[in-house]
Design a protein around this ligand. Structure first.
Ligand code: NOJ
Ligand code: CA
Length: 710
């Protein structure tokens, strides 16, 4: 790893005036400027501009401490330093195989005004795609153990931007997205919030990060955080009188925010900005602000596809519990227990036959009778199977078929109980050859008074990432805090849910057709999502004629999601029999990669559409995904990203001409042509539709009888 550190006096412009001092630092491409305004009273503010336009108007920095009771908002400047950095690194798993981390850094050493003398550093990094900054409490005599009452960071917007937002909430990110001007944010009005297990909104004007915005001048702005470790998550509370977002940290039971000991540092606050929406999705700034990989031997960390004894519980035809009552889409009759040995074998057989690496089995262990809504401490032990789940036989069977069973640990929010059982549970996994676990945190947290997104839980999730790594186990968390790029540091932490997944389509008003065009700009900015795409049987009436729920996409769009929703862990979420009925369409899921050498967002607009192409790791095989919201769309896409002088066999999985997410969602067409880098594809997306394309470097035989795309 090459670190280039030069102290650059020249990039630091110091303008002394009578009233205040300003410092500014420019990105390498000169497009982004960070300005620091140091008032004569010791107040410190920052602004961010992009190509001369204000992105962040003068905004505050600082803290209110609970213990010692003091504020850190006015400072003496101890020193200012600036450095630059440029390195290229390779993620263990990722959207691209090489990532450039290039920034200029401004390091401000401050001392709280005379009365407290506390030392605080603020570090700004200016990239070509945005700005990150964090606070550091250095080792010092004036401060040892301390408690944060409030972080005083603000983000003042330059206008009444359009925002893509969900309500700020201490416990959940599973709300549907709203699109509105900042002035119209009303977090007390939430569409279909009832289906979310635990909700703790805190303010009518509170929103979650990653927050996506678009200005009237066409700038795209994203605010989030990076490297959330040992600190609560940051929500944002909007003051409509001055269009200023105030950092709002998730509290604990006694309204403290963070318990720290110097030396300590906060996560990075991130502002990503561009005049092209596609650049927001292409940004790697959040990963770059995270620490390099902490796991020495990464040979066991693998991207994978999986099926699971899972959707059947969500559509209400299989149960988690043994007696058949626990299903998500509730019906009045009891159903079969899903995780029975014969049924699990059916999934293993399907996986073995179709190039699927794993089989998730939920409901295999005792406790499900009690899991939902009881706020009970001892529910699961994570090691005792139900009598009809033959752990030993199934492990041997999976092994003989070359398939991995994926463990499931639903904690029901009883995290103290999970912490007590973690080692035993992971040892059981290793004993029976499981090397990945999906965990879950449905319900109110125990210890009582803690929230999913507070410091205590943030530490728990990191502890799980570290402990699973010690056991060489990969982990996928559901209902954790939303991610902040920690998959760079702990690449075994493959994915998270932490957002409104496809499952909501099975048992609630669901996810509107625009949902998946917003998710990459919001939830996925922090890291991969276990969205569980691939639903072919779109309407729930197929399982129960009285049901009206449905997936709000066409079948072809479900395929495109494997490209537009990045994750190194992708579920083929539907039932094997629904795939058996459409094996020609399933071929795309069979073929699509989950780890990539390259990714290119070709065009995108939050809330409207995304067109993306990715190159599979090590094979030169490209895959494209294009999705639209409720509007049909025709677009031309040049395949200029393909290698010149190579012919590719294009298999196009598109909406049939009469497809429509509501009226005719399962109608698709599959076509084959040969294409090259000069080809322009005419995409025609149905309402709520999509197109998925496999682009395979072709052999002569591949092209026998195949026509050129016109
Ligand atoms: C919620 C998760 O998101 C879902 O995938 C899982 O099936 C249930 N909890 C049960 O753990
Ligand atoms: Ca969930």
């Amino acid at each position: 790893m090459k670190k280039l550190t030069i102290v650059l006096a020249s990039i630091l412009m110091v303008n002394l005036s009578i009233a205040q001092q300003n410092f500014h630092i420019l990105s390498a491409d000169n497009n982004i400027a960070l300005n620091i305004i140091y008032g004569k009273d010791g107040g410190l503010m920052y602004t961010v501009t992009y190509k001369g336009k204000l992105v962040i108007e003068p905004s505050d920095l600082g803290f209110l401490l609970q213990t010692p009771a003091t504020s850190l908002t006015h400072f003496d400047i101890v020193s200012i330093d600036s450095t630059q950095f440029d390195e290229t690194w390779s993620p263990v798993l990722g959207e691209v195989s090489r990532i450039r981390n290039q920034y200029k850094e401004l390091y401000l050493k401050l001392m709280g005004k005379k009365e407290n003398g506390i030392l605080l550093n603020v570090i700004f990094r200016v990239f070509n795609d945005g700005v990150g900054f964090r606070y550091e409490f250095p080792l010092q005599e004036k401060l040892n153990h301390f408690v944060i009452a409030d972080e005083k960071t603000t983000f003042k917007m330059s206008g009444n931007h359009t925002a893509f937002w969900i309500p700020g909430d201490y416990d959940t990110n599973e709300y549907p997205y709203n699109t509105s001007p900042l002035q119209n944010i009303d977090a007390s009005v939430s569409k279909e919030a009832n289906a979310i297990a635990v909700r703790t909104p805190f303010s009518k004007t509170g929103v979650q990060t990653p927050l996506m915005m678009k200005t009237a001048e066409g700038l795209y702005i994203n605010i989030h955080e990076a490297a959330l470790v040992n600190y609560p998550a940051m929500d944002l509370n909007l003051d409509k009188s001055n269009l200023t977002f105030q950092a709002h940290l998730v509290p604990d039971a006694i309204n403290n925010k963070a318990y720290l000991q110097a030396p300590a540092k906060t996560p990075w606050r991130t502002i990503i900005v561009s005049d092209k929406a596609a650049n927001i999705l292409n940004s790697k700034m959040i990963l770059n602000l995270n620490e390099p990989c902490k796991i020495k031997d990464v040979s066991w960390i693998k991207a994978m596809k999986f099926v699971g004894v899972w959707w059947e519980m969500h559509v209400g035809i299989g149960s988690w519990d043994y007696s058949g009552g626990q299903v998500a889409n509730v019906s009045d009759k009891k159903v079969k227990h899903g995780a029975n040995t014969a049924n699990v074998k059916k999934y293993i057989d399907f996986a073995a036959k179709h190039n699927i690496d794993g089989v998730l089995v939920e409901g295999w262990n005792t406790g499900w009778e009690d899991w939902f809504g009881n706020w009970k401490e001892d529910v699961f032990d994570f090691i005792t199977p139900y009598p009809d789940f033959d752990l030993i036989e199934l492990s041997a069977y999976a092994k003989s078929k070359g398939v991995k069973i994926i463990m499931h640990h639903e904690t029901s929010g009883s995290v103290t109980n999970y912490e007590r059982h973690m080692d035993t549970a992971y040892r059981l996994m290793k004993q029976y050859g499981y090397d990945a676990v999906k965990s879950g945190y449905v319900g109110k947290i125990i210890p009582r008074g803690e929230y999913h997104d507070g410091q205590w839980m943030v530490k728990h999730y990191e502890r799980v990432a570290k402990k699973t790594a010690e056991y060489k186990i990969m982990v996928d968390m559901h209902e954790p805090v939303r991610p902040t790029g920690l998959n760079r540091t702990y690449p075994n932490w493959l994915a998270n849910e932490a957002g409104r997944g496809n499952e909501f389509n099975a048992w609630s008003v669901g996810n509107m057709p625009e949902h998946e065009t917003i998710m990459p700009f919001t939830r996925l900015m922090g890291g991969p999502m276990d969205y569980t795409p691939g639903i072919f049987k779109i309407k729930m009436s197929a399982y129960n004629p009285t049901k009206t729920e449905q997936v709000h996409t066409t079948l072809a769009k479900q395929l495109a999601l494997y490209v537009t929703m990045y994750s190194p862990l992708q579920m083929a979420a539907d039932l094997p029999e629904n795939y058996e009925a459409h094996l020609d369409a399933f071929q795309f899921i069979n073929d699509v990669a989950v780890d990539w050498d390259d990714s290119k967002v070709l065009d995108a607009e939050p809330g409207d559409f995304i067109i993306e192409a990715r190159k599979a790791k090590g094979t030169g095989h490209w895959f494209m995904g294009a999705i639209t919201d409720e509007n049909p769309r025709s677009m031309n896409t040049a395949l200029s990203f393909l290698d010149a002088d190579t012919k590719y066999l294009a298999t196009i999985y598109r909406d049939a001409d009469n497809a429509d997410w509501k009226l005719n969602p399962e109608a698709y067409v599959i076509e084959r042509y040969w294409v090259d880098a000069k080809t322009v594809i005419k995409l025609k997306l149905a309402p709520g539709g999509g197109t998925a394309i496999s682009l395979k470097p072709a052999t002569k035989e591949d092209l026998n009888g195949v026509k050129k795309y016109k």
